[in-house]
Design a protein around this ligand. Structure first.
Ligand code: FA5
Length: 344
């Protein structure tokens, strides 16, 4: 019986050694260790052995069973590993393939400039207000000292909706609206960004729809020098210490005296180009001391209160700051243009 067991062991181990798939390995397990397997049948015959021989053969049979089991397990592990490796190889993902780019958006340059200007004035104690784009004739003109048939209305050719309603031509009506809200007896310090509309012919520096930022400061003892100081501070912060500004006498019916502020052209450094119409300067805002009539119409006593106001064009400011040579770039939505300023 001992020889029989040894022969079984040798045969089983040889077969296990040469097998190359899991299915056949399982068949070997059944053939030797299964209920009807050769090792099991030999063990069944142990009853015929003498008392002395039984434990010796029993111990040997167990050892052989363990050896065959260990060899089967080891082979199984090796074959499974091999199968997994083959599968991984077959299903391999090519990670060298470049990914599909996603288009990441960013705020429009104009939004960024408006926010930058807002932050600058918030830092000087101004609050940010809003007003309607569809405005009444009263607030757009009359409350700003431009009665009906006043010739200065032609300065801003308008899109009328009805006789009394129009698309606002500037953000100045928000001056009148805010002063009224403050009731004639409180200081006002506000800026108002927003869209405005004019029947202007589009060219490199003019658009029929553009943005303005209005500023208004009303209090007791506000002087022209406060306006000058504020604008100078704004210009230096926005364009750098080296940029020159100039104030030219001007006329607006709602301010007296009135000025226009120009900044030296950054595109041509003052030599003259299409942006500055060959003058070396570009106008960015109108300003002045609030006209006493405007203060009175809003309920302020013009003997007690004074104020200054300004209105600027952020597109022109952005053009100067970034050397953009045509205002139409802001509205034609060419992503190649817009993308340049996502990190600006
Ligand atoms: C006004 O609109 C006045 N309301 C500004 C003002 C406010 C003066 C408060 C006094 C007190 P003006 O028409 O000049 O002024 O326009 C102001 C700014 O808007 C200009 O300096 C310019 O930067 C910009 N702007 C004017 N017209 C256009 C246009 N068609 N396209 C782009 N920007 C323009």
């Amino acid at each position: 019986m001992k020889e029989q067991l040894e022969a079984i062991q040798q045969e089983a181990l040889e077969k296990i050694n040469t097998v190359d798939n899991l299915k056949e390995l399982q068949e070997i397990r059944v053939a030797y260790l299964g209920k009807k397997g050769s090792l099991t049948s030999v063990l069944r015959g142990m009853g015929q052995l003498s008392k002395e021989e039984r434990p010796i053969v029993g111990e040997m049979a167990n050892r052989i069973r363990e050896a065959i089991t260990a060899s089967l397990d080891e082979k199984k592990e090796a074959l499974e590993k091999e199968a997994l490796e083959k599968q991984l190889e077959a299903e391999a993902i090519d990670i060298t393939l470049p990914g599909r780019p996603t288009n990441v958006g960013g705020p429009h340059l104009l939004t960024k400039i408006v926010e930058e200007i807002e932050d600058l004035f918030i830092g000087m104690g101004y609050e940010v207000r809003e007003g309607p784009e569809v405005e009444t004739d009263y607030f757009n003109f009359e409350a700003l000292n431009l009665p009906k048939d006043h010739p200065a209305r032609d300065m801003q050719d308008s899109f009328y909706i009805t006789n009394e309603l129009l698309l606002r031509t500037h953000t100045s009506p928000v001056q009148a609206r805010t002063m009224r809200k403050y009731g004639g007896n409180q200081p006002v310090k506000m800026i108002c960004p927003g869209k405005v509309y004019r029947r202007d012919t589009d060219d490199a520096t003019h658009s029929h729809q553009f943005t303005q930022i209005e500023g208004l400061y009303v209090d007791k003892h506000v002087r022209m020098s406060d306006l000058k100081g504020t604008l100078d501070r704004f210009a230096k912060k926005m364009f750098g210490e080296e940029r020159k500004i100039r104030l030219r006498p001007s006329f607006f019916p709602f301010t007296e005296p009135s000025v226009e502020m120009d900044i030296s052209c950054k595109v041509c450094h003052g030599d003259g180009c299409s942006v500055c119409k060959q003058t070396g300067w570009i106008e960015i805002l109108g300003a002045g001391m609030v006209h006493p009539n405007v203060l009175e119409m809003a309920g302020y006593d013009s003997n007690e209160y004074t104020g200054f106001a300004f209105g600027m064009g952020p597109e022109r400011i952005a053009m100067l700051k970034y050397g953009i040579n045509d205002i139409r770039h802001f509205y034609t939505n060419d992503r190649r243009f817009l993308k340049q300023y996502h990190q600006a």
